[in-house]
Design a protein around this ligand. Structure first.
Ligand SMILES: *Cc1c(COP(=O)(O)O)cnc(C)c1O
Length: 399
């Protein structure tokens, strides 16, 4: 039945990639899932670890390794692993290093999904968890048990921007042989490099400041001990937590401008925090670089004056005023993320902290008038003007 005359015309084959004497300046995007080996001996040598190469993208690919090496250099480490999301990096640490019967202590103001992992997922797997304030090393010590294997903290907490007592917690963990994992997403290696402060593991949501353009969802984890890193690499391939090449390629492009973006956004945040504090409608401003921040000394010591691009503020008037503020600020994207090149506003009471009771929210200082701001790289004059107008409209004076 089949007409075979045109078979030659419709057969399409892959041909070898053209070789050339020059290398491209920009990393090529390599979407290939599989890699062609010369013969079984060559593949055997590769899997045996004697020869470097790729076999299957879930086990590793050049775009992930290129990105990992760039983040490694920022964190002052080697052998970091890029994952398919920041949460995949947090999950990889748990799935790769813990077992039933172990206990984990987490900071009590971790990223919302990290809290959900500790609160719901790990207990389901037989891993017990506790929370403690990372600003208080004595509280962390009180939460430790003989079976505690890991402590997970963020240097600056979300959204109230409290600063962790990293030195105190690192000393506790080191004395007991407990792994200290630091999620450095908020602070970034330009604020602090956790390996220089006693961390055993460093985690990032690359999605945020490192990639910086809200177009790639990725994570990163590095371990001080190469044996731990090797276990994580195997677990990432087994649980399928590895990233897509295109996302890595986009993030590499974004990362190239990270130092410039961070410098500008941090300067903007410091100036905007002072500007907001001067507006009569603002009840309070939270910025670790300001003299009125509860952890200012810790912040100055740990971050060396680099207080970062995140701030928070509170207005009066409840939900109605919060709605008016967002409506009056079309240039400030109301979007539950951080680290974008442009300024974004988030409202923890209806997003990250919505599962809490109003009383529990009030206890951590998150009211209906509380906003978190991820400051971007815009002109500071225009930013200050946009906030002045939005805050006035929220108070019912012009909107
Ligand atoms: C966003 C975020 C995560 C999760 O990262 P995703 O890339 O969204 O999965 C983890 N930790 C912190 C501190 C974050 O801000």
């Amino acid at each position: 039945m089949t007409d075979r005359r045109n078979e030659a015309d419709v057969t399409v084959r892959r041909l070898p990639w053209p070789a050339g004497a020059n290398r491209p300046l920009v990393s090529p995007l390599q979407p290939s899932v599989v890699y062609v080996a010369a013969d079984p001996d060559a593949l055997d040598a590769q899997y045996g670890g004697g020869v470097r190469g790729y076999a299957y993208a879930r086990e590793g690919h050049p775009n992930a390794d290129a990105l990992a090496a760039m983040i490694d250099a920022l964190e002052g480490t080697a052998g970091g692993i890029v994952t398919g999301a920041g949460m995949a990096a947090v999950g990889l640490v748990m799935l790769g290093l813990l077992e039933a019967g172990d206990h984990v202590v987490g900071g009590d103001q971790l990223y919302g999904r990290s809290l959900a992992m500790l609160g719901q997922e790990l207990p389901r797997l037989g891993i017990a968890t506790s929370l403690a304030s990372p600003s208080d090393a004595a509280a962390v010590e009180a939460a430790l048990r003989p079976e505690t294997r890991l402590v997970l903290v963020e240097v600056v907490s979300n959204p109230t921007l409290r600063v962790a007592d990293l030195a105190g917690i690192a000393a506790l963990a080191r004395a007991r042989g407990i792994l200290l994992a630091v999620d450095n997403t908020f602070t970034t290696p330009r604020g602090l490099r956790p390996f220089e402060h006693g961390a055993d593991l460093v985690i990032h949501s690359v999605t945020k400041l490192l990639a910086g353009h809200s177009d790639a969802t990725l994570g990163y984890v590095a371990a001080r001990d190469p044996a731990v890193a090797a276990r994580l690499r195997t677990a990432a391939a087994t649980w399928g937590l590895t990233p897509a090449p295109f996302d890595c390629w986009l993030a590499e492009r974004g990362l190239l401008s990270f130092p410039l973006r961070h410098e500008r956004a941090s300067a903007n945040a410091a100036a905007l925090a002072d500007h907001l504090a001067g507006l009569p409608e603002i009840l309070r401003v939270v910025y670790p670089g300001r003299a009125d921040h509860p952890d200012r000394e810790l912040a100055a010591r740990l971050l060396g004056g680099r207080a970062g691009n995140m701030l928070a503020f509170e207005i009066a008037g409840g939900r109605a005023a919060a709605n008016r503020l967002v409506h009056a600020a079309p240039a400030l994207a109301f979007a539950p993320t951080l680290g974008d090149i442009s300024t974004t506003l988030s409202h923890p009471a209806t997003s990250s902290h919505r599962a809490m009771t109003p009383a529990a929210r009030a206890a951590v200082g998150v009211s209906e008038g509380f906003f978190r701001v991820s400051v971007g790289v815009e002109d500071i004059g225009a930013l200050a003007q946009a906030f002045t107008a939005a805050v006035a409209a929220a108070a019912g004076q012009g909107g």
